[in-house]
Design a protein around this ligand. Structure first.
Ligand SMILES: [Zn+2]
Ligand SMILES: [Zn+2]
Length: 271
């Protein structure tokens, strides 16, 4: 275990903000103010090693932005959706050009077959480990417990333990009792709140902000702090993606809900 680690929120959204097809006030504001831009949700854990959770399609620009010019040692994957894995594609080049050692990559066992099919060319760059709910991993800097999220059949989340205990839950709706029992005595729960408001009759595989806040109310007595991420900054109402909360409205939610904050790209937290 390494004493002091740093978490860096490389990205904090399921979609790029601004969305290229959207002219809503949130996207227009992000066009004017680069600090309001969001890239696809991903987390870096920095200690003796560099670990990336979910290398999404923005991986290269995120690492460049954060000046993380060093070998990636470990990758953890929550599930096989584009916004969480599309950065894998470039790692073969890094292996070829920068001569990094193969990266230890931990993937849900159900999706390992992708590395024998469309990603076979990546295999020299990776040491692939299949993981499942209940597994415990001991990385050099911290340990990891694998927990189930309610998003798709194989989706998982992680509890990272070092000096602090941190849960990373993207993407998910209200999790099973088995997972909820694990969400205790945590210093930080990093939780998704994908859309600001959700009005639909179709079953949805992600939290709205209201649902995420309600879940945090349930978790609050047993845990210290909650950081929301995977924020589309839009509402989803009867099949339409509409503008979401402004920065001032988010600040009000933070003030009204002690312990809650919203992540932004580049946010750093000591671990
Ligand atoms: Zn996602
Ligand atoms: Zn928009």
């Amino acid at each position: 275990m390494t004493k002091h680690l740093e978490l860096v929120f490389l990205g904090t959204s399921p979609l790029a903000i601004p969305l290229f097809f959207c002219q809503c006030p949130i996207c227009e504001s992000a066009r004017k103010h680069p600090q309001e831009r969001r890239t696809r949700a991903s987390l870096a854990v920095i200690g003796k090693e560099l670990t990336i959770i979910d290398p999404g399609p923005d991986l290269e620009q995120q690492l460049e932005r954060e000046k993380l010019c060093r070998p990636i040692c470990n990758i953890l994957i929550t599930h096989w959706h584009y916004d969480h894995i599309a950065g894998l594609g470039t790692l073969r080049e890094v292996n070829n050009l920068a001569k990094w050692k193969p990266i230890e990559i931990y993937v849900p066992e159900e999706v390992e077959f992708h590395f024998n099919q469309e990603l076979a060319y990546l295999k020299p760059a990776l040491n692939i480990h299949k993981i499942k709910v209940g597994d415990k991993l001991n990385l050099q800097d911290f340990s990891v417990e694998v927990i189930k999220t309610e998003h798709i059949d194989h989706s998982i989340g992680f509890i990272l333990t070092n000096n602090k205990r941190i849960a990373y839950l993207v993407d998910t709706t209200y999790p099973s009792e088995e997972t909820r029992k694990k969400l205790k005595n945590l210093d930080i729960i990093i939780m998704e709140a994908t859309v600001d408001e959700l009005v639909t009759t179709i079953p949805w595989q992600n939290f709205s902000l209201d649902q995420a806040l309600a879940f945090w109310e349930e978790l609050k007595p047993f845990n210290k702090e909650c950081i929301f991420t995977h924020l589309s900054n839009h509402r989803w109402i009867n099949g339409k993606l509409l503008s979401g909360l402004t920065i001032a409205e988010r600040k009000k939610i933070e003030n009204d809900n002690p312990g809650v904050s919203f992540a932004y790209d580049g946010l750093k937290v000591l671990f």
